[in-house]
Design a protein around this ligand. Structure first.
Ligand code: ADP
Length: 343
């Protein structure tokens, strides 16, 4: 039996394999994000006609919403190659150099978590993005000399969950900025149905909707919930995913009706139970939960904010009446809804 999918939206190896198998390969297969798809198809079309590389593109948004998917669709549409790396893997300019020199004309270089690129690597990449050249310093001290290397015209595609952490100069060098939004339930249900078909699993429409409703607006989570439900259906039933099967499987995975999982509920229980509903800083919450601050701010909070279980104020996070209701706790007497400017 596989590990229970108490999933976070960031990828583990198991999730990465599943994501790769289920990833749309063409822009027309991408569900939702209509405005992004439209803008990308315009630049793809124009760049093919003009015989130019795509402009450098930055995708931002919470994990699991399709940044890598968009990046991998682009080279298929262009009939070109892609090289993939990530910010934390590039500690030094020489780690990046092979990617730049291997880049073919019009190909894609994808850097995930680009906000984690060290400053020296960032500065090394600027002339590559602007003029398709790199300046390499040979030797040291008075014997040092700089040689300039020409590169093929490539496209840098960056992905980040924290666009606010990107330096201004780096951000400015991306000519397109695409922000990915959480998906609607109908969009996620469509993804679930398409992926069930890819996995040769029968699923009813109401079961697909149920999984969609309980997937935190995130395709990666929908894929994980589908994978778990599929195993559950095969083990406990005849393999078909009906509404009853989906509900039983999700209950066993401790996903509640709002789609929140253990980690979400632990966050709310800490904010409400330990900090009286806030306001409290994310660092204090992270320390109490014994989790990295980034996990809370990148993975847990965006959905809780969108669903208005919490709000962000200058003094910290505050639980809303909806959070108290979810936890079955009485509202504190001074819960007056979102604080005003004068609070
Ligand atoms: P990110 O890079 O933002 O963390 P991914 O692109 O890896 O997210 O998406 C995770 C998985 O979710 C993909 O493998 C794919 O199966 C699914 N997915 C994401 N976006 C879409 C979409 N718009 N349409 C269909 N499936 C999607």
């Amino acid at each position: 039996m596989p590990r229970q999918p108490i999933v976070s939206a960031s990828s583990t190896d198991e999730q990465r394999q599943r994501d790769d198998a289920l990833r749309p390969r063409w822009l027309r297969e991408v569900v939702g994000q209509k405005a992004v798809v439209q803008r990308l198809s315009i630049v793809l079309n124009s760049c093919k006609k003009l015989k130019e590389p795509l402009p450098h593109i930055l995708f931002d948004g919470p994990p699991g919403l399709g940044k890598t998917t968009f990046a991998t669709v682009l080279p298929n549409e262009l009939g070109t190659s892609i090289q993939m790396t990530s910010g934390p893997a590039l500690t030094n300019p020489k780690d990046l150099l092979p990617f730049l020199t291997n880049a073919e004309e019009g190909s894609i270089l994808f850097i995930d978590e680009i906000h984690r690129l060290p400053r020296v690597v960032e500065e090394f990449i600027y002339p590559a993005m602007e003029d398709f050249r790199v300046d390499i310093v040979l030797g040291e001290g008075i014997h040092a000399r700089t040689i300039t290397m020409r590169l093929k015209r490539f496209t840098l595609v960056g992905a980040t969950t924290r666009s606010g952490l990107l330096s201004g100069p780096m951000r400015d060098r991306f000519k397109m900025h695409e922000h990915l939004e959480f998906y609607t339930v109908d969009e996620l249900a469509e993804i679930v149905r398409i992926n069930a078909r890819k996995l040769q699993t029968a699923i009813s429409d109401d079961a697909a909707l149920e999984i969609a409703r309980r997937s935190r607006g995130t395709p990666r989570i929908a894929n994980a919930r589908l994978a778990w439900t599929r195993h559950f259906a095969a083990s406990e039933g005849d393999g078909r995913i009906t509404l009853d099967v989906a509900q039983a499987a999700l209950a066993m995975a401790e996903v509640d009706r709002e789609g929140l999982d253990k980690q979400d509920r632990r966050y709310l229980e800490t904010l409400v139970g330990v900090f009286g509903g806030g306001p409290t800083g994310v660092e204090a919450l992270a320390a109490t939960m014994n989790l990295p601050t980034d996990t809370l701010s990148d993975e847990v909070e965006p959905y809780l904010l969108r669903e208005q279980f919490i709000i962000r104020t200058p003094r910290g996070r505050v639980a809303t009446p909806r959070a108290f209701e979810l936890l079955g706790r009485p509202q504190p007497r001074d819960t007056r809804g979102p604080p005003t400017l004068f609070d």
